[in-house]
Design a binder for this molecule. Sequence first.
Ligand SMILES: [Fe+2]
Length: 150
Amino acid sequence: MSLWDSSLATGNPGIDQVHEATLGRMEEVLEAIADEDATRTERLLGELAAEVSRHFDEEEAEAGGRYLTKEHREGHRLFVAELERLRDAFSRRGLGPALPLWMKSRIVNWFRFHIATHDIPLARALGRAAQAAGAGTPPGATPGTAPAAS
Ligand SMILES: [Fe+2]
């Protein structure tokens, strides 16, 4: 079962590659939990947390203040905090029936929801901006229109 599907494609190959890899890492975490392998689960959760934080930092840097909404940035922070809460609970209580439910409902589903509601619109906005810049369109002008005579 793949957690990635084409409905999550943003149209930005770099972002899509990272999202697919992140969902792949989440699949590995779920497999390690199903195998009741606490050592592997701990290692994979650490890798997931590091990769996601790096990805959010890169995404925020690429988007800059103009295209990244406050809600988008706040979503990143909430996700990092939720993943830390899960890791903390795992380190205190170990594997248990709540862990796969937590992973699926609050980590995987959140990430997929975030892609659909924030990352796809962001990638489209960045794509339009890059297209406008490539066409030499002045900032704020509609691509394909002639500049006003001065
Ligand atoms: Fe994002």
